[in-house]
Design a protein. Structure first.
Length: 424
């Protein structure tokens, strides 16, 4: 029972609204100060430092910087124009553009909160001007942002690949099919709601092939980024970390010399945003790693694996149980922290039953992203509400149909084992 005291401390700190990184840090220190006194505090502090001293983790700040550079270089604007040309003629025009833009942004920034913040500032005001309700606009933005981390190069895909010891390139490929299905399902749902409420298209007619081609040429530099990242890794030109560096360099070139919207005075702002966001991610990783070290010493992963194996030897039943668990956990714990804490516990169990760890990784990430839309601690929901200025109750009521439909589409792809077909 004493071995579970740090877990109890962790949840107490959660409900006291202590930031996730400090809650993890405090519960881990509680264990090493009061329960396991055989390890010196110098060794414990060393664990915090060495846990993030890994070359693959350099991919995280690089891809965070890519998202920041996009906002100042004109890449985000060109992606929005491309999405508007493709989907603006549909019922609910700008809401459809919102969903499609999240999928395009996911292929470059890979951050749900970054996508939610960007669209809340750029697209939501235009939606409100076109007659969309503020609550519906916010709900679509929050729900569609859940797609961004599923489509490469999401930072959660990188973190999971490092934790589960699977190729990052394969993990990237695993995200495309469910990400596309989720986007299509949300667009269908938006169409139905828009038809019912009378939300009109943003374009009078469907874009002609010449218009689409013309906009595609303008947006080709932005659209080439995810394709270049995937192909570069698949044929062995660069590692995932080097891919992040190449993507940053490419975005700077596009912003300075092609779109010509990136200026020298933007560089300090980009660096500051990158440092702040990277610091927030890495302190969570460091704290979660030390918390994971405590769980390893107490053999908690082995206990959970054995418990799940004793509960069922049917892989489908196990996946259903884990789905429910992750949805519940995602309501209380930020996605990145949940990934770092729970993946080392659950991956051995699913491997034991023969579940493909790549397949499970996508299941894991989709579930914690949906958790980011639900009370009481849904991070994307809070991001959108704070920027748009709506109450959580209003956005939650209107987002249920949208993200439940996207989840059903993902479940459909899961049952068809589309990921496994892609791999083979």
């Amino acid at each position: 029972m004493e071995a579970l005291y740090p877990v109890i401390v962790l949840f107490v700190l959660f409900f006291l609204n202590i930031p996730i990184a400090f809650a993890l840090m405090g519960s881990a220190l509680f264990y090493f100060i009061f329960l396991n006194t055989t390890m010196s505090m110098d060794m414990v502090i060393q664990q915090f430092v060495t846990s993030v001293e890994s070359f693959p983790y350099l991919a995280v700040p690089f891809f965070i910087m890519v998202g920041s550079v996009m906002n100042y270089s004109g890449i985000s604007e060109e992606l929005m124009n491309m999405a508007e040309v493709l989907a603006g003629h549909m019922k609910g025009g700008l809401a459809q553009v919102n969903c499609l833009l999240s999928a395009m942004m996911g292929g470059i920034s890979g951050s749900a909160n970054a996508d939610a913040a960007m669209e809340s500032k750029i697209l939501v005001p235009e939606m409100i001007k076109k007659g969309f309700s503020k609550e519906f606009s916010a709900a679509v933005t929050a729900a569609s942002s859940a797609v961004s981390p599923v489509i490469p190069p999401g930072t959660n895909l990188i973190l999971y690949a490092l934790i589960a010891n699977v190729p990052v390139g394969d993990m990237f490929l695993a995200g495309y099919t469910p990400g596309i299905l989720m986007t299509a399902a949300m667009m269908v749902t938006v169409y139905i709601i828009s038809k019912k409420r009378g939300y009109e298209p943003s374009r009078e007619r469907m874009a002609r092939p010449v218009e689409i081609l013309k906009q595609a040429i303008k947006s080709i530099w932005a659209l080439a980024i995810p394709f270049g990242i995937i192909m570069g890794m698949r044929i062995g030109i660069f590692t995932p970390t080097e891919a992040g560096g190449v993507a940053v360099f490419f975005c700077f070139l596009v912003g300075f010399f092609i779109y010509k919207k990136l200026k020298l005075h933007h560089i300090p702002i980009i660096l500051m945003e990158t440092v702040k966001n990277t610091g927030a991610v890495m302190i969570i990783i460091a704290s979660a790693k030390v918390f994971g070290y405590y769980m390893t010493l107490e053999r908690i992963p082995q206990f959970i694996t054995n418990s799940l194996m004793n509960f069922t030897d049917n892989k489908l039943v196990l996946l259903m149980v884990i789905n429910v668990l992750l949805l519940f956990i995602g309501m209380f714990i930020e996605g990145g922290a949940a990934l770092v804490i729970l993946a080392p516990l659950l991956v051995p169990a699913v491997r034991e039953l023969g579940v493909d760890p790549l397949h499970f990784g996508v299941i894991f990430i989709v579930n914690i992203m949906i958790g980011g839309l639900t009370p009481p601690f849904g991070s994307m929901m809070f991001t959108v509400c704070s920027i748009v200025g709506v109450r959580i109750r209003g956005i939650y009521k209107r987002s249920m149909a949208i993200y439940s439909c996207s989840f059903n589409s993902f479940t459909f792809s899961d049952l068809l084992r589309i990921n496994s077909i892609v791999y083979t």
